[in-house]
Design a protein around this ligand. Structure first.
Ligand code: AMP
Ligand code: GLY
Length: 420
């Protein structure tokens, strides 16, 4: 089978790495891909937001299956367009992708399915939003309702901070919808599930590090590192998350006429009362995907096809009994302004260290040289028998890389070690 993977980040490098191992695969195409994905398939130039162009490419090249990595094409309905053209596609429909694209939609589903989540109100005007914040008090969370790559959220410690965030949002977008919610206290975890209609197959858990700097300080980012499994996601906690959150959501989506088919990224806060939903995403996490594929024992392509073909009820999945960890190296300045084009050296030697796999994200090949081309640039990943071993291996590889233009957090999974 020929497969086309859409996307160009570290997540897609990890997906390409796993798909390329499949006995079912003939040729893998990646659009647009990056220098890392080129090792596993043919990078092709295609607009990943243009469903008609992608369908035409599939017909010409005999592609039987499309795997959509990022959320942007899903939210505009690329999966629907491919399905309408008779092409099998992994990724939910536009209507089902509202679980990521619209926080108001997700809260409506939570109400309907009695899913535990933060208490909230939704507003379209600054005055009413600020008045609500004043009555609720702090800490409180202000969220822009739309896709902001994790950067549209303010966890405010004071009422003044929350009101300033509301003012800033309405100054940049007068008609914006904003969701104000109760601040949940606990440990965060990401839980990944394959969903086909009502059937849910739990994959695995991971913990992300969203803040830019050590000690969870600095601005929110797309994620500066992750490890799997997340110690808070014990078997009992997974069972509760499935019973109280994921299965009721899947059922509600079927009842609404928008069955969810794809991977559901469940962002959880493990509170004193149990797991509560922070948010859904309709795709694999980045960098969470990188650590999941390193622990996966089974064939990824078989699992993704089973999801699309409605076979999850007859499908199982096995994981290595190891910890996987990934440290993101980002360009200096990220998530603010950063320079492109600084040279990265030493990658090959670092990748040969024991247990280490390096995924590329924002990179560009120029002749023999590898240059930075984005904010998050490299995912230095490693497996180990313990968190400590995986950490030591990943940071040994970080230290073997010569890239003055980049930085990373030094404390990935330190909290996981304290809890382990
Ligand atoms: P989101 O884009 O909804 O994932 O939010 C980004 C980050 O903000 C989350 O990963 C949490 O760390 C934090 N956050 C979001 N909502 C809440 C909440 N209700 N309570 C506490 N923290 C939250
Ligand atoms: N790492 C968080 C995300 O992919 O949204």
């Amino acid at each position: 089978m020929n497969v086309l993977l859409l996307g160009s980040g570290g997540r897609e490098h990890a997906l390409a790495f796993a798909l390329a191992k499949s006995p079912l695969l003939d040729t893998l195409f990646i659009a647009p891909g990056n220098p890392g994905t080129a090792e596993f398939g043919d990078n092709v130039v295609l607009d990943i937001m243009d469903g008609a162009a992608i369908a035409a490419f599939c017909k010409v090249m005999g592609v039987g299956f499309v795997v959509i990595g990022p959320e942007a094409p899903l939210v505009v309905g690329v999966a629907d367009q491919l399905a309408a053209a008779g092409i099998k596609v992994f990724g939910p429909s536009q209507a089902a992708s509202q679980l990521e694209g619209s926080k108001t939609f997700t809260k409506m589903i939570c109400d309907r399915a009695h899913v535990p989540t933060a208490r909230y109100r939704s507003f379209t005007e600054a005055g009413a939003a600020k008045a609500y914040v004043a009555t609720e008090g702090a800490p409180i969370v202000v969220k822009y309702d739309g896709l902001m790559a994790g950067k549209g959220v303010t966890v405010a410690e004071t009422v003044a901070e929350a009101q300033a965030a509301i003012d800033a949002l309405y100054a940049s977008e007068p008609g914006a919808r904003v969701v104000i919610e109760q601040c949940l206290i606990g440990e965060e975890a990401s839980f990944f599930c394959l969903v086909d209609g009502e059937t849910v197959l739990a994959l695995a858990s991971a913990q992300d590090h969203k803040r830019a700097f050590d000690g969870d300080t600095g601005p929110n980012t797309g994620g500066m590192g992750a490890y799997s499994p997340a110690p808070v996601m014990t078997e009992a906690m997974e069972a509760r998350a499935l019973a109280e959150i994921v299965r009721p959501t899947a059922r509600a989506m079927v009842e609404l006429g928008h069955p969810y088919r794809g991977v559901l990224f469940v962002g959880l806060m493990i509170t004193a009362e149990g797991p509560k939903l922070i948010e859904y995403n309709c795709r694999f996490g980045d960098p969470e995907c990188q650590v999941l594929v390193l622990r996966l024992k089974d064939d990824l392509l078989t699992l993704l096809l089973a999801t699309v073909e409605g076979e999850l009820a007859h499908t199982g999945v096995r994981w290595k009994d190891e910890v996987a960890l990934s440290v993101v190296m980002a360009a200096n300045g990220y998530p603010g302004d950063y320079a492109r084009g600084s040279e990265i050296k030493g990658l090959e030697a670092a990748a040969r260290l024991p247990g280490v796999t390096i995924f590329q994200a924002g990179t560009r090949q120029e002749g023999e040289r590898l240059l930075s081309q984005g904010g998050r640039v490299l995912n230095i990943s490693a497996v180990g028998a313990t968190v400590a071993e995986a950490r030591a291996r990943a940071y040994a590889a970080v230290d073997a890389i010569d890239w003055p233009g980049g930085f990373c957090r030094r404390d990935i999974a330190l909290r996981g070690m304290a809890g382990a």
